[in-house]
Write a protein that binds this ligand. Structure first.
Ligand code: HEC
Ligand code: HEC
Length: 291
């Protein structure tokens, strides 16, 4: 009985404001759980973690060999001094979408922002929310070891004029967007950045889009053609098995660097997303095998 007057006096307007603002805060902060799924789908951990056992996830230091020299993935944990703990969400978005540092200089495209630029605003927000939940680790970044003139960061500006189109791609109509092929294109082209290895590059390191996913050569060896020219021999079930476990139809086990892509990325996708990746690969224009 006595409780009613109390209820009437309760500062409901404050409670309502709090509830509303926390709901708004949740959406403005992005969803860390979704962000973790996206980080897996994009393989962020691979380039930003040293491979030896016991190394701290996302703390950087991983050497990435390229024809231009060795890049070292930086620390992207929320450590304030050595990581990105003092960044704002806008700084992060600028890095992913524009390939630009906070001081406006360019990132080297060894950071696959030419693919990531296509990420949706919400996905960037969710990724950022996830990165903020990663335990901060104090580990200084290592300087890249690049051959001259590739070491000149400003030259990347010219590279970007030729090869970089900032995203995101315009959203397709809702009924089209629901198609697995559209989802697959996003998983392969944007998040999974499969073309960074499977599309051949010209001598300037620019992707040859006329040969999209047609296979290429990288320092580690040959990267197979992912268009129907080659994959038509694989059933959907076989492709799924390979992307989930690394076992090819002939019993071969995927080697580096694909084995890492499978461990970090494709094996962590939902069954629907794996099916979407396969559905998209089936629609590619067939390309000749790389010479
Ligand atoms: C293929 C390797 C690779 C992958 C995959 C990758 N990165 Fe990176 N990333 C790099 C390299 C190399 C740099 C440094 C580029 C430079 O110095 O110009 C970098 C830089 C960054 C930076 C800037 C850090 C700084 O201190 O300026 C951020 C943030 C970042 N990556 C986040 C991500 C996220 C998030 C993902 C997954 C969506 C991701 N990276 C996936 C290689 C990679
Ligand atoms: C870091 C480079 C790299 C990335 C990124 C990459 N791959 Fe691969 N992929 C390779 C290499 C190298 C091989 C060959 C592995 C082997 O011979 O065992 C391969 C093999 C494959 C094969 C087996 C094809 C065959 O005929 O043997 C498939 C399928 C495949 N990749 C799909 C993908 C998909 C889908 C993605 C994106 C989610 C992707 N790859 C991203 C390097 C890469």
């Amino acid at each position: 009985m006595k409780i009613y007057p109390l209820l009437r006096q309760a500062p409901w307007h404050l409670v309502a404001t709090l509830l509303l603002s926390s709901a708004a805060a949740v959406s403005a902060q992005g969803n860390a759980v979704k962000g973790q799924y996206l980080a897996n789908a994009a393989g962020c951990i691979g380039c930003h973690t040293v491979t030896k056992a016991g190394s701290t996830p996302y703390a950087g230091g991983r050497g990435l060999e390229t024809p231009f020299g060795t890049f070292y993935g930086p620390n992207i944990t929320p450590d304030k001094e050595t990581g990105i703990g003092s960044w704002s969400e806008a700084d992060f978005k600028r890095a992913i979408r524009q390939g630009e540092r906070r001081d406006g200089s360019h990132y080297f495209p060894a950071f696959p922002y030419p693919s990531f630029t296509g990420m949706s605003d919400t996905d960037i927000q969710d990724l950022w929310a996830f990165l903020k939940t990663v335990p901060p680790a104090k580990q200084a970044n290592r300087e890249h070891e690049l051959r001259f003139p590739y070491s000149l960061r400003f030259l990347v500006g010219g590279w970007k004029l030729m090869f970089f189109t900032p995203g995101p791609a315009p959203l397709p109509k809702a009924e089209v967007a629901a198609s697995p092929v559209v989802r697959g294109a996003y998983l392969v082209g944007t998040l999974g950045h499969c073309g960074e290895c499977h599309t051949p590059r010209n001598f300037l390191g620019g992707p040859d889009r006329g040969e999209l996913l047609g296979g290429a050569k990288i320092p580690e060896g040959k990267v197979p053609n992912l268009t129907p020219t080659r994959l038509k021999k694989w059933s959907d079930e076989e492709l799924k098995e390979y992307l989930m476990t690394g076992t090819a139809p002939n019993g071969d086990i995927a080697v580096e660097p694909m084995s890492e892509v499978i461990t970090n990325t494709t094996s962590k996708l939902t069954a629907d997303d794996v099916a979407a990746v396969i559905a998209y690969l089936r629609t590619l224009t067939p390309r000749d095998e790389p010479k």
